[in-house]
Write a protein that binds this ligand. Structure first.
Ligand SMILES: Cc1ncc(COP(=O)(O)O)c(C=O)c1O
Length: 412
């Protein structure tokens, strides 16, 4: 459609404010934080060669890393690195095509069958990222007339998938089963329901009440989808996540997992009924129209999965360290959110206090991620434990935290 000439003239006059880039120039928050010396993002990490367990290289310094989701400390494991290197030698650096066409390797098929068994499901499919797995699945699986009933604190990838879907979305208060029940009662008998939760919530680190969720879902015929991004490797007898930990893995309809945390690589997967997985493989647009995961990433996941199965002591040590840290922090009056996972979040009310604290910790050689609202319901110092951490690391973290919260006048 062409604009009438009078409108074109009007547009020409206000061309400055009509520029689509205008909002970018007005977006000064990062610059403001940089000017205040409080910008905490895009820190540049270097190679890990020469770093001790639990450390990362930041510029010329080595820092104690309490901000990584490499929960089982497998990213630098010699077997994982060798598996990736060998896969590159054998298969090359990429697949150059969608899984649907020329991008499926024997490595993908083998890993998918291992993941299906791991998640106690008939079938599994690998995606390029965990984000893609959630986004693609929620948007492909639901149609107009369906309802997605979602926990309020879901990760952005699930929220985006729900937004992209033509289905109605209802959000229940975080882990609140009474509210969930009311939302389910709000659905009409004709509506088909997908109930979506995380197993371990990514920011707060708490575990969903999956038993209660399943109990409520069944009478409504709702299917249950659980994102186990932060549960895999951390919870459950075989490390399959929160559902296994709670003894309900077989009852979950769809298990989603990422490779970017305990599985030491990049990518994600969905496991479920064969018909569901086949449907996604042919209809989920971010899967069909995107190149497949390179051999090196797949091989790294396969190696990490083997180590995870053979060495449950990694998981046990991780949980022991995280529990120790939680206890030590609450003994000293810090507002730690309760939990049983690798994520130990401390509430720091004021955004500026949190940024100052993270900067001060970093200057003292400890890296921790600040999580600012609205990424979480409260501003959080999100401490992330891994199997590489020791009691000495915990002591150093506590001492340094106390020093800086006192110096900055931050109430613990
Ligand atoms: C709960 C949850 N789901 C999905 C994702 C996306 O995973 P990925 O980073 O592997 O794309 C994340 C990442 O942080 C997450 O925390």
């Amino acid at each position: 459609m062409r604009l009438p000439s009078t409108e074109i003239a009007g547009r020409k006059k206000s061309s400055e404010s009509n520029d689509i880039f205008e909002k970018c120039r007005r977006f000064t928050r990062p610059g403001d934080l940089q000017a205040a010396g409080l910008y905490m993002y895009f820190e540049v990490f270097g190679e890990r060669e020469g770093c001790e367990a639990g450390e990362a290289r930041l510029g010329k310094r080595k820092v104690l890393m309490f901000g990584s989701n490499d929960y089982l400390d497998l990213i630098t494991h010699p077997k994982v690195k060798e598996a990736a290197a060998q896969a590159i030698r054998k298969y090359g650096s990429g697949c150059s095509g969608s899984r649907l066409l020329n991008g499926t390797l024997d490595l993908h098929i083998k890993l998918e069958s291992e993941l299906a068994a791991f998640a106690h499901k008939e079938s599994a499919v690998i995606f390029g990222t965990g984000f893609q797995a959630n986004y693609a699945t929620l948007s492909a699986l639901t149609e107009k007339g369906d309802v997605m009933v979602c926990d309020h604190n879901l990760h952005a990838s699930l929220v985006e998938g729900a937004l992209r879907s033509p289905a109605r979305t209802l959000r229940f208060r975080h882990n609140d089963l009474d509210h969930l029940e009311r939302c389910l009662e709000n659905c009409s008998p004709e509506e088909k329901i997908l109930l979506v939760s995380e197993g371990v919530f990514s920011m707060e680190g708490d575990v969903a009440d999956l038993r209660g969720i399943l109990k409520l879902a069944k009478p409504f015929g709702a299917r249950v989808y659980v994102d186990e991004a932060h549960g895999i490797g951390v919870l459950g007898a075989t490390g399959a996540g929160a559902a296994e930990h709670l003894g309900v893995l077989d009852e979950i309809d769809i298990v989603m997992g990422t490779f970017s945390k305990s599985l030491a690589s990049v990518g994600g997967f969905i496991a479920g009924d064969r018909s569901v997985v086949d449907y996604l493989k042919h209809t989920a647009r971010p899967f069909v129209f995107s190149a497949s995961l390179p051999a090196a990433s797949v091989a790294a996941v396969a190696a990490a999965l083997q180590i995870m199965k053979k060495e449950p002591e990694r998981r046990n040590h991780l949980i022991r360290i995280a529990n120790l840290l939680r206890q030590e922090l609450s003994d000293r009056g810090f507002r730690v959110l309760p939990g049983e996972t690798a994520i130990v979040p401390v509430v720091i009310e004021e955004e500026m206090d949190l940024c100052r604290l993270c900067k001060a910790l970093l200057e003292d050689g400890i890296y921790i991620n600040p999580v600012l609202r609205p990424a979480a319901a409260q501003n959080l110092l999100r401490i992330s434990c891994t199997a590489a951490h020791t009691e000495k690391h915990v002591d150093r973290l506590i001492t340094t935290l106390l020093k800086h919260t006192r110096a900055l006048g931050i109430e613990a």
